[in-house]
Design a binder for this molecule. Structure first.
Ligand SMILES: Nc1nc2c(ncn2[C@@H]2O[C@H](COP(=O)(O)OP(=O)(O)OP(=O)(O)O)[C@@H](O)[C@H]2O)c(=O)[nH]1
Length: 200
């Protein structure tokens, strides 16, 4: 039987290092968050973008994507708050997860992770890219929902702390570019403007 899959896009951060909401920064005329929608859209027609009340009205809703905010009492507690809020809103067997600041993300990354999940019986598939854990681009099973809730309760808010308590398949990927994330204006200059200049 086919398993149900929902996409979760984490878009409730403060973009303090960037200085303005980075979800709406553009690469080639496309807002950063839309790259995550496109990459997931190949595998699910059900995507939930989880943001905060300040940004809610700025995301354009379409038939693929619903936009919600973090549940009130965990609002702003970081990526785990977004993951829990989406899992609580809509149940699926599996969730594809992405942040909003990875404008080079590719569908092929989710394809590889989904392939791994078919071959494993763990709770999460998490990439390791050239030795570095990439915890926010992952495939998670609904079975971890209560663990996420507990982590939020005891304020252990990092993805690593969650993974320490789950059965995780760590999957090595040797392609770095799709995982580039933009945190600062310097990152923007280094990765995006440079590429645009090269392509001009
Ligand atoms: N829903 C939700 N998403 C979050 C939250 N905090 C961070 N995110 C998202 O998680 C991803 C990683 O966030 P970071 O880049 O580490 O943090 P940020 O708050 O966006 O940026 P800084 O303020 O510069 O740290 C981004 O896609 C954020 O939008 C939160 O409390 N709720």
């Amino acid at each position: 039987m086919n398993k149900s899959i929902i996409g979760i896009i984490l878009g409730g951060g403060q973009s303090r290092r960037f200085g303005s909401p980075k979800a709406f920064e553009e690469k080639d005329g496309v807002a950063f968050y839309e790259y995550s929608v496109q990459a997931m859209g190949a595998f699910t027609k059900d995507i939930i973008l989880v943001t905060n009340t300040n940004l809610l009205s700025r995301f354009s809703v379409n038939s693929l994507m619903h936009v919600i905010t973090d549940i009130e009492d965990i609002n702003g507690l970081g990526p785990l708050a977004g993951i829990y809020s989406a899992m609580d809103r809509a149940k699926a067997d599996w969730y594809l997860v992405s942040p909003i600041d990875v404008p080079f993300i590719e569908a092929s990354i989710f394809e590889m992770l989904l392939q791994q999940h078919q071959d494993s019986d763990t709770d999460a598939i998490v990439p390791i890219v050239n030795g570095k854990l990439q915890p926010l681009i992952a495939v998670l099973n609904y079975s971890i929902k209560e663990k996420v809730k507990e982590q939020l309760r005891i304020k252990e808010l990092s993805m690593r702390q969650l993974f320490d308590k789950c059965r995780v398949t760590y999957f090595a990927i040797d392609k770095e570019k799709p995982f580039i994330n933009i945190n600062t204006k310097d990152d923007l200059e280094r990765y995006i403007m440079k590429e645009e200049e090269e392509n001009a």
